[in-house]
Design a protein. Structure first.
Length: 307
């Protein structure tokens, strides 16, 4: 008997299938619980005003809000004192999500699109706390979307559910991360955090837009990989298909030299990607479809918070 929360493999799609709605909701609950210990990374200005972080305690001045009287200090000094907090500035986070055909590939525990959905949920949890706002930009299919920043995770699961439609062949080659970054730059008017979630497969049309974006915003590049993209299995003659372009290539994976050349080329291509991202000023983390991707992402966020 099959598990109700998993799609059955088929010859056309031997790997994991799309997340059913019930599993998507369960993922939201699981991610929310495990992300509770992470800080939201609020930005606070040095100006005094409304907020939650204490700046100073000073003597009461007529006109001050009596609700801010610090009764402990008042009792000790015999003079009324009020608490003054640092002003908080709302932090806006933009989630730039890859919905291209290559994201629907997966040979391990899940598809790359499933990891991307989980990352979106995790970002939604930490980016909308304390009144902060989250906006969306999607790219990679023939229906790119842009949603303005909103407080709370209103509509997040509904958006992800909508985006889980399998792309058709007519969407091949529709990926344009560069266009998505241009779109994000035009929408993000105040300094923001920009989280780009993608496998970064396809043309490198995004280097200059990323450099321009990171000059004004804090950019995080979340790269998602599948183990089979880095090495070929010894599985006989295979037809390899590029999901972005639809091109096919016949490969005899029994050839040890072929497998070694493939692994070397794949490693070099990913190393060049890491170099380009670093040169553009983006922080970079790699998550895979195998193992506990959430733990890796949480460790990355904690390091960023300490820095």
């Amino acid at each position: 008997m099959s598990h109700p929360l998993h799609s059955e493999p088929t010859p056309a799609r031997p790997g994991p299938g799309p997340l059913p709605d019930a599993l998507l909701r369960a993922l939201d609950v699981m991610v929310s619980r495990r992300m509770q210990g992470l800080l939201a990374g609020d930005y606070r200005s040095a100006l005094l005003g409304e907020g939650t972080e204490l700046s100073q305690v000073r003597p009461y001045i007529p006109g001050d809000d009596v609700r801010r009287i610090d009764w402990n200090v008042t009792a000790r000094t015999g003079e009324a004192h009020v608490r003054v907090q640092l002003a908080e500035r709302v932090l806006v986070t933009w989630l730039v999500l890859d919905t291209s055909a290559s994201m629907h590939f997966g040979t391990a525990d899940r598809r790359k699109a499933d990891v991307a959905e989980g990352v979106a949920i995790a970002v939604g949890n930490v980016a909308t706390r304390r009144g902060n706002r989250l906006g969306f930009v999607t790219f990679g299919d023939d229906r790119p979307r842009s949603l303005p920043p909103r407080q709370g995770r209103v509509g997040l699961l509904g958006l992800l559910s909508t985006l889980r439609d399998e792309p058709g062949l007519e969407n091949a080659g529709a990926t344009s991360l560069g266009e998505a970054l241009h779109r994000t730059a035009s929408l993000a008017r105040q300094r923001s955090a920009v989280v780009v979630v993608s496998d970064f497969r396809g043309p490198l049309d995004w280097r200059r837009p990323l450099l321009e974006l990171s000059s004004r915003h804090d950019v995080i590049a979340v790269e998602i990989r599948d183990p089979r993209e880095q090495e070929l299995p010894n599985a006989g003659v295979l037809w390899l298909v590029d999901p972005e372009t639809g091109r096919q290539l016949r490969a005899d994976t029994r050839n040890e030299r072929l497998r070694a050349r493939f692994a070397t080329a794949a490693a070099a291509e990913r190393a060049e990607l890491a170099r380009v991202l670093a040169a553009a000023g983006a922080r970079h983390v790699v998550l895979t479809t195998a193992g506990d991707w959430l733990r890796s992402f949480a460790v990355f966020l904690r390091r960023g918070a300490r820095r």
